[in-house]
Write a protein that binds this ligand. Structure first.
Ligand SMILES: NC(=O)c1ccc[n+]([C@@H]2O[C@H](COP(=O)([O-])OP(=O)(O)OC[C@H]3O[C@@H](n4cnc5c(N)ncnc54)[C@H](OP(=O)(O)O)[C@@H]3O)[C@@H](O)[C@H]2O)c1
Length: 178
């Protein structure tokens, strides 16, 4: 279980690791309230194990509201434009444009970026994404939310590894951001 005690300063820069599960057609959800109940159990296990290794997570407000019960126990930073920086236990609500996020996150070592679409995009655009795990589930939604949204330039990533997670063909791709 992740440590939620007060973090001590450390010398290394935090590592930002993104996790996204997608359909073949690049969709992460049917809507902003669609629960993440369509991914494989193998991906779910992978995601939970990886989250346990993170000492903080960054998430958008919609995603947070869908899984608040789970994220309340973690050091969670929820992006929202509608409120000033506000703390509720281990959860901090903030607008990254009005916050010195690097300073706020400096005590943490491994920070999970868990979406949704505009949070992944923001992390990529602003240098808050060192690695990205993409789980491709073998299904097509044909509609729904894109994996990234609101981007204004192209980012090139380098593929570090691929792994087939189950007999259905769920693929786990690991990328390094350049
Ligand atoms: N498949 C996956 O891996 C995956 C991952 C994550 C989420 N999801 C799914 O995606 C859906 C929700 O995703 P979403 O893209 O609609 O929403 P989201 O990113 O979770 O939340 C969007 C909200 O977060 C805040 N926000 C996002 N970027 C911000 C920024 N740069 N600065 C300030 N505030 C920012 C805004 O909140 P305010 O409106 O309060 O200003 C915005 O309306 C859910 O169905 C969820 O289950 C799937």
């Amino acid at each position: 279980m992740m440590n939620t005690r007060k973090q001590q300063p450390h010398n290394k820069k935090p590592l930002f690791v993104g996790f996204v599960a997608t359909s073949i057609d690049g969709r992460i959800s049917l809507s902003k309230t669609h629960p993440p109940d369509w991914t494989s159990k193998e991906d779910w296990r992978f995601f939970q194990k990886e989250l346990s290794a993170c000492d903080a997570v960054i998430v958008g407000r919609h995603t947070y509201e869908g899984v608040a019960a789970r994220l309340k126990k973690r050091n969670t930073f929820v992006f929202t434009r509608s409120k000033k920086l506000r703390r509720e236990g281990t959860v901090t609500f903030l607008d990254p444009e009005r916050t010195d996020l690097r300073k706020l996150l400096a005590p943490y070592k491994r920070i999970g970026i868990v979406g949704g679409a505009s949070v992944y995009q923001w992390a990529l655009d602003n240098g808050f994404l060192n690695e990205l795990f993409v789980t491709v589930e073998p299904l097509v939604f044909g509609r729904g939310k894109m994996m990234f949204e609101g981007g204004i330039r192209t980012h090139r990533l380098a593929l570090l590894s691929t792994k087939k997670l189950n007999a259905n063909g769920t693929l786990l791709l690991r990328y390094k951001a350049r």
